[in-house]
Design a protein around this ligand. Structure first.
Ligand SMILES: Cc1ncc(COP(=O)(O)O)c(C=O)c1O
Length: 375
């Protein structure tokens, strides 16, 4: 099957998507939280259509994302937060979104002046609880642009007791430990005087769902309900899609340089940009730690560092052979680009009955129209 797929391709296994969705629904049930999907991870409509009937809505971070949800799922609830909003977008966002978490005091004022009574306004909080070792990905970093600091919250709630109805934080990245979320919740509760109330608390995303204990999430949600009587939301992105996606490339060339065997593929790390951004090596199907054939598996572009990594395989790679990278479902297509004119990967869905179907194909005309001026 894999050898028949036209490459480069990003393939989503529908059964795996459904089982990740199932984990989200178990978290919803056990912790009595509402579960949103953060579409920044992957906004493919085929995937959103699978999620929409089951989840409690979507988390969006721009007017385009908000419009995509309103156009495609008019009844769905949307939560919005972003540090960057253009002046003309405040009213539009209030029309498109149901829950809005202002990122700053200035945003709070701007949203507050245009938001209608059917929508709910909150504030994004930097809890200052930090578990992300690389500060580039740490929303709680010193001097973070993401949210007002936790010490500002009591004053802010006192200044606008009726207008600020919710609190939002998102403070982690790919964590497999909901104790870290619990620590954030404890910090939040401790920072806010007992008499101050909110109607909802959104705990953000940043947690993976496979094989993790949900007990600390259950405890965090119970603490919030006991303290505020508030509705609790989580908004995972990667946790609902990453493990269901595979990037597939074909070997174009193999050669040896400085004693290293190189295999050049028809895909590139630009189809999985977090390989470079996060400086990590994606897993390859078939790699064995003691495999006899070692390869530097490289992408097709002119960038010397367009390299997926060094892998050990049981047999030599042949030209035309497929190479499959795992865990490619989140932030790959959303961040992919056509550097060097290398086309974007075809997007495919593997149906539960094993049938492969192409959901999206890009071609030269997409590339040319990107570079052509509008007139
Ligand atoms: C505000 C907010 N919510 C949710 C998410 C989703 O995070 P993840 O994909 O790590 O679960 C992000 C990711 O950046 C975010 O910034």
């Amino acid at each position: 099957m894999v050898s028949k797929i036209e490459t480069p391709a990003l393939v989503f296994d529908q059964s795996e998507l459904v089982s990740l969705l199932g984990l989200g629904l178990i978290a919803r049930e056990k912790a009595s939280v509402k579960v949103l999907y953060a579409i920044k991870a992957l906004a493919l409509l085929d995937v959103l259509e699978i999620f929409a009937p089951h989840l409690d809505g979507f988390a969006v971070s721009s007017p385009f994302e908000a419009r995509l949800i309103k156009d495609s799922f008019p009844g769905a609830k949307t939560h919005f937060t972003s540090p960057g909003i253009r002046p003309k977008e405040f009213s539009e966002l209030c029309t498109l979104c149901d829950f809005i978490s202002a990122n700053s005091l200035a945003q709070l004022k701007s949203f507050g002046s245009v938001i209608g009574s059917t929508k709910s306004l909150g504030i994004r909080v930097n809890t200052k609880v930090s578990y992300v070792s690389d500060c580039r990905y740490d929303p709680s970093r010193l001097g973070s642009k993401l949210g007002v600091t936790i010490d500002q919250v009591p004053q802010l709630l006192a200044d606008s007791p009726t207008q600020v109805e919710g609190l939002h934080f998102h403070s982690n990245s790919d964590s497999e430990n909901f104790h870290e979320l619990l620590d954030n919740v404890v910090a939040l509760i401790n920072a806010i005087p007992k008499w101050q109330e909110v109607k909802w608390v959104n705990l953000g995303g940043g947690y993976l769902l496979e094989g993790v204990s949900l007990d600390p999430l259950v405890e965090a949600a119970e603490l919030i309900r006991a303290r505020f009587g508030a509705e609790v939301f989580i908004e995972p992105g990667a946790g609902l899609v990453r493990a269901a996606g595979y990037l597939i490339g074909s070997v174009l060339d193999t050669f040896e340089v400085d004693g290293k065997r190189i295999a050049v593929l028809d895909t590139t790390i630009n189809h999985m940009p977090e390989v470079l951004e996060f400086d990590y090596q994606p897993d390859v199907v078939g790699h064995l730690d003691d495999g006899p054939f070692e390869y530097v598996i490289a992408g097709a572009t002119c960038l010397a560092g367009d390299i997926f990594g060094t892998y050990r395989l049981p047999t030599p790679l042949e030209v035309g052979q497929r190479v499959v990278f795992r865990e490619a479902g989140a932030y790959s297509l959303a961040k992919a680009h056509r550097f060097n004119g290398v086309n974007l990967p075809q997007v495919g869905i593997l149906d539960p009955d094993g049938q492969y179907r192409v959901a999206k194909r890009f071609d030269y005309h997409d590339f040319a129209s990107f570079w052509k001026s509008n007139d």
